[in-house]
Ligand binder design. Structure first.
Ligand SMILES: CC(C)(COP(=O)(O)OP(=O)(O)OC[C@H]1O[C@@H](n2cnc3c(N)ncnc32)[C@H](O)[C@@H]1OP(=O)(O)O)[C@@H](O)C(=O)NCCC(=O)NCCS
Length: 149
């Protein structure tokens, strides 16, 4: 059975293993993000589990200045894709953003990432902009948003 929940720092080694196994491990220090308590920018990690094994994770930031929520990452284990894991993480983040009274939920991905763009379209997101400077690899970022009110 698939379940999704808010992650704790104990999940971090599994999150990092998932990142490594799926190609492009982050160059950020994720441990720090579990410790920071910043009232202006809150960061939450979420994990999806199947039979006690973490098969996906995601990360959301809540910004106080504009009352918004931003999805930084959604990663599903390559062998577990197209089984609803990404959807369950996205729904959990949306619930969390609503509970925290975010006005809008946003996300960016490269314009050629069809799986991600389709996942967000299917869940009611619409394109709200682009940025061709933000990624180091020179790809264009597409911005997607969903109004929560
Ligand atoms: C994008 C990603 C998170 C999707 O996760 P997932 O668990 O496979 O998604 P779901 O099974 O919930 O799929 C939901 C819907 O998204 C769309 N979708 C997902 N993968 C797709 C693909 N390869 N091609 C087309 N549409 C796709 C479909 O509409 C799908 O619904 P359907 O299966 O009923 O047709 C996953 O492919 C992934 O981890 N990719 C690598 C990391 C990444 O690019 N993350 C996003 C940017 S940070």
């Amino acid at each position: 059975m698939l379940t999704a929940r808010i992650a704790t720092v104990k999940d971090l080694p599994h999150i990092l293993t998932l990142e490594k196994r799926n190609g492009k491990p982050t160059n950020e220090d994720l441990r720090v993000l579990f410790k920071i308590d910043n009232p202006n920018e809150k960061c939450k990690f979420f994990v999806a589990e199947e039979k006690g094994r973490i098969v996906g994770y995601s990360r959301l930031h809540l910004y106080r200045w504009n009352n918004s929520a931003y999805i930084v990452t959604v990663l599903v284990d390559e062998k577990k894709r197209r089984k609803g894991v990404g959807t369950s993480l996205l729904k959990l983040m949306e619930d969390f953003a609503r509970k925290n009274k975010a006005r809008v939920l946003m996300f960016d991905t490269s314009a050629d990432n069809a799986p991600a763009i389709q996942l967000y379209f299917k869940n009611g997101f619409k394109i709200c902009g682009y940025n061709d400077k933000i990624y180091r690899n020179g790809k264009t970022a597409i911005y997607l948003a969903k109004e929560l009110r």
